[in-house]
Design a protein around this ligand. Structure first.
Ligand code: TA6
Length: 288
């Protein structure tokens, strides 16, 4: 029988835990941030830095931070990188259990303080469907009488064991921007890592695979015209907050997104759902 409990981390962050026949998971109310997802009988599918302090206000370095209503640096100096949604306390608005599959629903209450950044009437929900597969949906509804334009990402951190052995596949025929240069054509299906990598892909297929020494992680995206592939490598790892100098060896981010020219414009009353779906490659499934 699936069990859903609540708890408070030692540093004050509230979370919801799920233990079922299919998986174990933990979601923090701050940012509605998935921080743990372990399919039953398998290894964890999300990575979190041991350097994180789980203090309110930052967002946790790992799991799936929500970047919204903008991705990256805002043009306005001093505004928070990746928007404000990941630093806010979301409301847990629902739990459903069906045949051991647990779906948790969260809502971002947009406060008067937030209207400095986002003076629009927008409903933002995050739904986590927890089976042997993790499915996360970021649902935007424009409740205002004017169109709104936003960028967004589900900034997923993956445990890849050893970056030197990682092969990321499924990138053929795409193109990407990196360090504000490009676009560059992706001439191979595989991506290997030997330097800082911070790419925004376009025209990318809906599924990529991360071939790690511990198995293959399958990452699918829906309604995501962009995807971000990131490893900070050596130098940036030293500058990142809440990140060990050698953490770059063990993680990669592959993010379902709509960023840059793929910004989403919602007409009044319109709805958009960004989805990422994550699992280990099933036994017998073709690795490529
Ligand atoms: O998604 C890649 C990225 O934009 C990198 O440039 C790096 O800044 C990363 O996000 C982490 O950002 P954060 O604000 O969480 O430290």
């Amino acid at each position: 029988m699936a069990v859903i409990t609540t708890g408070v981390h030692g540093n004050g962050l509230e979370y919801i835990e799920v233990h079922s026949k299919l998986c174990d998971a933990r979601i923090f109310l701050q940012g509605a941030q998935l921080e743990r997802f372990i399919p039953r009988g398998q290894a964890p599918l999300l990575w979190v830095s041991t350097a994180d302090d789980y203090l309110p206000g930052n967002g946790i370095r790992g799991g799936i931070p929500v970047c919204w209503p903008w991705f990256g640096q805002h043009d306005t100096h001093g505004w928070p990188q990746h928007g404000f949604a990941r630093n806010r306390r979301w409301q847990h608005i629902g739990s459903e259990v069906q045949d051991e599959v647990v779906t948790l629903k969260f809502l971002l209450p947009i406060t008067d303080e937030d209207r400095i950044y986002w003076p629009h009437d927008t409903r933002l929900e995050l739904h986590c469907r927890l089976s042997q597969t993790l499915r996360v949906s970021l649902i935007n509804v424009n409740l205002d009488h004017h169109p709104v334009t936003l960028t967004q990402a589900l900034h997923s951190y993956f445990p890849i064991g050893d970056i030197h052995q990682l092969i990321a596949s499924g990138f053929s025929s795409a193109h990407y921007i990196e360090f504000a240069k490009g676009p560059y054509a992706q001439t191979t299906d595989d991506v290997h890592f030997d330097r800082e990598t911070d790419r925004v892909y376009n025209a990318l297929a809906g599924q990529q695979r991360l071939h790690t020494p511990n198995g293959t992680i399958v990452v699918r995206r829906e309604h995501s015209s962009s995807a971000v592939l990131w490893n900070p490598w050596i130098e940036k790892s030293r500058r990142l907050s809440r990140f060990n100098d050698d953490d770059y060896l063990r993680m990669v981010c592959l993010e379902a997104a709509n960023v840059r020219e793929d910004a989403i414009t919602l007409a009044p009353g319109a709805r958009h759902e960004l989805v990422t779906e994550i699992s280990w490659l099933a036994p017998g499934e073709q690795p490529r």
